[in-house]
Design a binder for this molecule. Structure first.
Ligand SMILES: [Zn+2]
Ligand SMILES: [Zn+2]
Length: 337
């Protein structure tokens, strides 16, 4: 009996040890899952302490800067979001996870089509995004109104872009204000700046997909929207999410092997060259990446950008609510935009 008893005790000890091991594995698994749930892509930067990009405008290609064609900003009163809150930290950082967003979840009949013809990638859209937007103009009842009183409505229209289907590298060039690309959900991509030359992602209040309309009703993002990026939950290199106006692709936050992209991984224009899926084939080609840190998408063009006409002004410009201060409404009054 003792003998069997000893064997029984040994068996209990072994199962006890296995249980402890399983418990530890479960803890690790749980911790890992929580980390993934908290951060929507690889933790390339702490989303609670993202350095604010203000002042990082250059006149030449420079890592971590935006080479802006416009160098003079300001001169108009009360530009940009008119107030900021406690998502702006003390050490020139902001907390993306606590920044307010514009209320609402509006679905639009977004129409977006790409065809390749005569070495040209022809993109046709009705200017509406296929991801939901917030309610614009921002309502005085919305808590976002305390910081940003965007008075613009989202408007449809007809837009076509003829991008080079196989873009070639060229001397880097500056990026204009306004549109610098288009995303595959039909949303326009603008550069990282607001009308005052400040970090638009840090200061302006966008909706929960990080977009908002300007005074011609163009719904746009200043960074790669997480609403598009989250549809690519893989672990390797991110999928193509859009095109810059020079025809090169814009991919999501993940580099090869799934590492989160940072400015230090990319060149002065915010991209790099290695084989990626390009029109269904693995192709060694330059491409841009999204990062969580400024300038978020394109620091300068590495190809030759096309020029695009701005859509017409609305026939009747919306009257801003009393005391409203919309930066892009004012921006539009500037010549040569
Ligand atoms: Zn904007
Ligand atoms: Zn890449």
């Amino acid at each position: 009996m003792r003998h069997f008893g000893k064997i029984g005790n040994r068996k209990s000890l072994v199962s006890y040890a296995i249980s402890i091991c399983l418990f530890v594995v479960m803890l690790i698994a749980t911790f890992g899952w929580q980390a993934l749930a908290y951060k929507p892509s690889p933790a390339s930067v702490d989303l609670r302490h993202i350095p604010i990009g203000d002042g990082r405008i250059s006149t030449k290609p420079q890592t971590g800067f935006l080479w802006s064609c416009r160098t003079q900003f300001g001169g108009l009163r009360r530009q940009g979001a008119h107030a900021s809150g406690d998502w702006i930290g003390d050490n020139a950082t902001y907390n993306l996870t606590t920044k307010p967003t514009v209320n609402g979840r509006v679905y639009w009949p977004g129409d977006f089509d790409i065809t390749i013809k005569d070495r040209s990638r022809q993109i046709a859209s009705n200017r509406l995004p296929q991801d939901p937007t917030g309610n614009f103009p921002i309502s005085p009842q919305d808590d976002a109104y305390a910081f940003d009183r965007n008075p613009n409505s989202i408007r449809s229209g007809t837009a076509t872009l003829n991008l080079p289907a196989n873009p070639q590298l060229a001397a880097p060039s500056c990026v204009p204000m306004g549109q610098v690309g288009i995303l595959l959900n039909g949303g326009y991509l603008f550069n990282a700046l607001d009308a005052n030359g400040k970090d638009a992602v840090a200061h302006e209040i966008q909706d929960s997909c990080q977009g908002h309309p300007e005074n011609r009703g163009t719904y746009h993002y200043h960074s790669i929207t997480t609403c598009l990026d989250k549809r690519d939950p893989g672990k390797g290199h991110s999928a193509l999410l859009g095109y810059a106006l020079d025809g090169f692709g814009i991919y999501g936050h993940r580099l090869e092997g799934g590492k989160g992209a940072t400015n230090s991984d990319l060149d002065v224009c915010h991209g790099h060259i290695h084989p990626v899926d390009w029109d269904g084939k693995q192709t060694q080609i330059y491409h841009y990446h999204a990062t969580w840190e400024y300038p978020y998408t394109i620091g300068c063009y590495r190809g030759t950008p096309i020029t695009v006409a701005r859509p017409p002004r609305p026939e009747r410009r919306p009257e801003p609510p009393s005391g409203a201060n919309n930066p892009e409404l004012r921006l539009d009054d500037r010549p040569n935009l």
